[in-house]
Write a protein that binds this ligand. Structure first.
Ligand SMILES: [Zn+2]
Length: 414
C-alpha cells in the first residue's frame, strides 16, 4: 500500500542495548557513576541551602554550579577522571529537576543513595557505533549487544547500571514522512486488574504479571534479604537473587506490553483511553470498590511491587506508537464508566453484581463489565470529538467539602 506523503518531520527515537564492558571499563563506569552521584548530592545540597538561607529569594543557576567544576576537580581529583561533559550533563539534569519541581510537574529532587539508582552517565556528543561496539569518549570502544540497526543521526548516549548489567541508551534524530491520517476502526480500552486491557470490540489482553506462585517466591526472597546482616556478602547475594527474579518477570511483562500496544497502534486510527490521573480520584483501587475483598488490595500491592500492570506505561506506549503511524490517542474521564448502563443510562453501583459481570438493575442489560466500561469510554471519546475537539474533560464544580478544604489549606478558592 502506498500512502500519500504529506511532508517530512524530525523525531527522536531511543535505542537501548546491553553493554558488555571489559573489566577495566566496568571499573571506570562504576567509579564515574559514584562520582556523579557525589556531584549530584553536593550540588543539590548547595541549591537547597541557598534557597533556605535566603528564604526563597536566591536560586542557584546551572552556570553558577558549572563554574565550580574546575576548583572541585582540584580538591577531589577523582571527579576530574569523569568525562567533563558527563559532569555538566549531571548539573543540567539537576537544573531540569528543579525547573520541573517549581513548575509543578515533579516532586522535589531526591538525594541519591549509594545503593539506589545512580545518575546515568551521559555523553552529549562524540558517540559512534560500528556493528558490535559503541565508542564512548574517554572509555573507548565498548562491546554491546546491538540487537537492532540504528537509523538516524546519533544525538547522545546515556549509560546506566540497572543493578545487574550495564545498558546504553542511544538517542537518534530521524527524518521521517508525516504519516497520513488513518481511518481505521475506532476503539476504546478499559485498563483493569484481571483483564489487563479490555477492548470495546470484546477482545481482552492479559499481561503475564506475577502468578500466585511467583508472588510467594518473591516474598520468600524478600524474607531472605531481610534476614541477612546489612552490608554482608550474603546480603548482597540475596538482594541480587531477588533482583534477578523481579527483573525476569518485569522483562516478560514489558515484552508482552510492547507486542500488545504495537498491534493496537498498527490496526486502529484512534484509541480512546482513560485519563489515569482522573481515574485515581474517581475510582481508587479499582476492584476494591466493586468487590470489597481483602485480597484485592493485597494483590494490588504485590502487583505493584513486581512491576504489575503498569497502566501508565501502556498508555504512554500507545500514545507514541499511534502518533508514529498516523493515529491518535484520546483521553477521557473514566468516572462512572463501569457503572453506567449503555441501554437506559442508569448509573448505579449495584449494576455490577460481581467483578466481571454487568447487569443493569433498571433494564436488565447484561454484558462483561470491562467490555462495557470500554464501550462507555468509547462513547465518551466520541462525544468529546463531536463537541469539537477539546479533549480536556469538563471540570466538576467543587463540592462544599472540597471548597472548604481548599480554603483551610490557604489556597484561594477560584
Ligand atoms: Zn439499563
Amino acid at each position: 500500500m502506498v500512502r500519500p506523503i504529506e511532508a517530512e518531520t524530525v523525531r527522536l527515537k531511543a535505542y537501548r542495548f546491553q553493554l558488555q564492558p571489559e573489566l577495566a571499563q566496568a571499573a571506570s563506569l562504576f567509579a564515574w557513576s559514584h562520582a556523579l552521584r557525589f556531584l549530584w548530592n553536593w550540588m543539590l545540597a548547595q541549591r537547597r541551602d541557598a534557597f533556605r538561607a535566603s528564604e526563597g529569594r536566591v536560586r542557584v543557576s546551572y552556570h553558577h554550579q558549572a563554574a565550580q567544576l574546575p576548583p572541585m576537580k582540584a580538591v577531589f581529583p577523582w571527579v576530574g577522571l569523569v568525562p567533563s561533559q558527563a559532569l555538566q550533563q549531571t548539573l543540567l539534569q539537576l537544573d531540569r529537576a528543579y525547573v520541573n519541581f517549581f513548575e509543578g510537574r515533579a516532586k522535589y529532587p531526591d538525594f541519591k543513595r549509594r545503593s539506589g539508582a545512580a545518575p546515568g552517565i551521559r555523553w552529549p556528543q562524540g558517540v559512534e557505533i560500528n556493528g558490535r561496539c559503541v565508542w564512548l569518549p574517554k572509555l573507548g570502544w565498548v562491546k554491546a549487544r546491538m540487537s537492532q540497526r540504528l537509523e538516524g543521526i546519533i544525538k547522545n548516549a546515556t549509560v546506566r547500571f540497572d543493578g545487574l548489567r550495564w545498558h546504553v541508551s542511544i538517542q537518534v534524530e530521524q527524518t521521517v514522512e508525516v504519516p497520513a491520517k488513518r481511518e481505521t476502526p475506532e476503539i476504546a480500552i478499559d485498563l483493569g486488574v484481571d483483564e489487563s486491557i479490555a477492548v470495546s470490540d470484546g477482545r481482552f489482553f492479559r499481561l503475564p504479571v506475577a502468578s500466585k506462585a511467583e508472588e510467594r517466591r518473591h516474598s520468600t526472597l524478600c524474607r531472605r534479604v531481610s534476614r541477612c546482616v546489612v552490608g554482608s556478602r550474603r546480603h548482597a547475594r540475596a538482594k541480587r537473587r531477588r533482583l534477578v527474579f523481579v527483573r525476569r518477570i518485569g522483562n516478560r511483562v514489558n515484552d508482552a506490553r510492547h507486542k500488545i500496544t504495537t498491534t493496537l497502534a498498527k490496526n486502529h486510527g484512534r484509541i480512546v483511553g482513560e485519563d489515569l490521573a482522573l481515574r485515581r480520584l474517581t475510582r481508587s483501587a479499582r476492584g476494591t470498590v466493586d468487590v470489597p475483598g481483602k485480597n484485592v488490595a493485597l494483590k494490588a500491592r504485590l502487583n505493584r511491587a513486581l512491576l504489575g500492570q503498569g497502566h501508565a506505561e501502556t498508555v504512554r506506549q500507545l500514545a507514541y506508537k499511534l502518533s508514529w503511524c498516523g493515529g491518535e490517542l484520546t483521553k477521557v474521564n473514566p468516572a462512572f464508566t463501569s457503572q453506567t448502563c449503555p441501554h437506559c443510562g442508569h448509573v448505579c453501583a449495584q449494576n455490577r453484581p460481581t467483578r466481571d459481570r454487568f447487569s443493569c438493575v433498571a433494564c436488565g442489560h447484561n454484558s462483561h463489565a470491562d467490555t462495557l466500561a470500554a464501550r462507555n469510554i468509547l462513547a465518551a471519546g466520541q462525544a468529546v470529538s463531536a463537541r469539537g475537539g477539546s479533549r480536556e474533560p469538563a471540570k466538576r464544580e467543587p463540592t462544599r467539602l472540597r471548597r472548604s478544604l481548599r480554603l483551610s489549606a490557604g489556597i484561594p478558592a477560584l
